[in-house]
Design a protein around this ligand. Structure first.
Ligand SMILES: [Zn+2]
Length: 411
């Protein structure tokens, strides 16, 4: 460890209390994905953090996000803009750093503020991922005062819609990823420090069945039962899951029908599909289309499929493994063991990989129980993970540009 590196680490260590206080302030404001007022307030706080480090600040308007209602109508949700902070865009090495300002907790949740229990900072978004964004800002702050400053440029991109699939942000992330050498994303590490390696791909879909409503007594045989159509296709969808290939189809919700003396004309089914390999996306989609055709023919109901694969798989390629080994070396210097393992979960690291960008996507604070009211971040990981990030940036600078090194998954 050089004196200059030690100075970076010491500067971060002195900021522990400020990091925790900033995280608490961010988490005490609800920013559920559909709560635009709350997201705007969190974005204002993030602007205060990142603007002083940036040459330019952009608020990128995102496309409206289509949603299917429980009665099968399509409406559109207008997300907040995506925040994009840039510094030194002509420096020899460009790093894309990404995160999200939204959480899974709606404003009427009973999990709205932070508290401390021993080493755990409990609260919504403490781990996923407001704590991570604060660790990132802290790493950039200390690099700003160092000799490494002019050797790299960064783009910090913060999505408002990650927890609902980054449907708006995804195309912007793809665009930004193409002009970067490395990606660093601030999803939480597991409580023991384990990172996510390879990730499955994922898509969310909604099927709307339209039949014909009739009286169950007077003209039952003239009706076309949408609930029965969805029941049939749900069984067919479930049968597409295959442990051997890793493909899963999870039927998550069915809504439809009403009084039992009426043949129901509408039913809505929501499901999630996960795949190991990009090629499986087309295969599963073809099987879904075939199931739709068969059930339509059998029931006389019209079935309409909405949705898409929004996160392509992120495979562990050789260059990707090299990036992890570089991080492991940084961890060793800090006395941290760095391990990673494959996961069925996915995040914006999938989107970056799909654009060919090498990236590590769990550089945020350590934590657990995310997406539940038991979420917490480990207080002893704030300094640790910010130090890891700062040291990692110096090593990426030394390693040099590797644009387009990840296996491109674009189709
Ligand atoms: Zn997250």
């Amino acid at each position: 460890m050089t004196n200059a590196e030690q100075a970076l680490l010491d500067a971060i260590a002195s900021r522990h209390d400020a990091m925790v206080a900033t995280t608490v302030a961010l988490c005490d404001v609800n920013s559920g994905s559909y709560h635009n007022d709350g997201i705007a307030r969190v974005q204002a706080a993030l602007d205060t953090l990142f603007r002083p480090l940036s040459d330019t600040v952009e608020e990128r308007r995102l496309s409206p996000i289509p949603q299917v209602t429980d009665t099968g109508e399509v409406s559109h949700f207008e997300p907040r803009p995506m925040q994009i902070f840039r510094a030194r865009p002509t420096a020899p090495l460009q790093i894309l750093m990404t995160g999200h300002s939204d959480t899974v907790f709606p404003p009427d949740s009973d999990f709205l503020t932070c508290w401390t229990e021993g080493n755990h900072l409990r609260g919504p978004g403490t781990a996923d991922m407001k704590g991570g964004l604060v660790a990132l800002a802290t790493a950039l702050q200390v690099l700003e005062d160092s000799a490494w400053r002019d050797q790299f440029g960064f783009t910090v991109a913060i999505s408002p819609d990650e927890e609902i699939g980054s449907i708006g942000s995804g195309p912007v992330l793809m665009e930004l990823a193409r002009t970067a050498d490395y990606g660093m994303t601030y999803e939480p590490a597991l409580a023991d420090g384990t990172l996510a390696g390879a990730r499955k791909g994922s898509g969310n879909f909604t099927l709307v069945a339209r039949g014909l409503s009739t009286h169950a007594g007077r003209e039952f045989f003239q009706g076309r039962n949408a609930v029965v159509a969805i029941a049939q296709i749900a069984a067919r969808l479930a049968a597409l899951s295959d442990e051997a290939t890793g493909v899963t189809v999870n039927v998550g919700q069915i809504r439809g029908g009403g009084a039992v003396n009426v043949v129901p004309d509408t039913c809505v089914c929501r499901f999630n599909v996960r795949v190991h390999e990009a090629e499986q996306q087309a295969t599963v989609l073809a099987a879904i289309e075939a199931a739709i055709a068969a059930v339509s023919a059998d029931t006389g109901c019209e079935l309409t499929l909405h949705g898409q694969f929004n996160r392509p798989p992120k495979p562990m390629t050789d260059p990707q493994a090299d990036m992890f080994k570089l991080l492991r070396d940084c961890g060793a210097e800090l006395g941290l063991g760095i391990d990673w393992r494959a996961t069925g979960g996915c995040c914006e690291g999938n989107n970056l990989a799909a654009a060919g960008l090498l990236n590590i996507d769990t550089l945020g604070v350590r934590g657990a129980n995310i997406h539940s009211t038991d979420e917490y971040a480990c207080l002893d990981s704030f300094v640790e993970r910010a130090q890891l990030s700062a040291l990692f940036v110096t090593r990426l600078i030394a390693a040099g540009p590797r644009r387009g090194a990840a296996q491109s998954m674009e189709t």
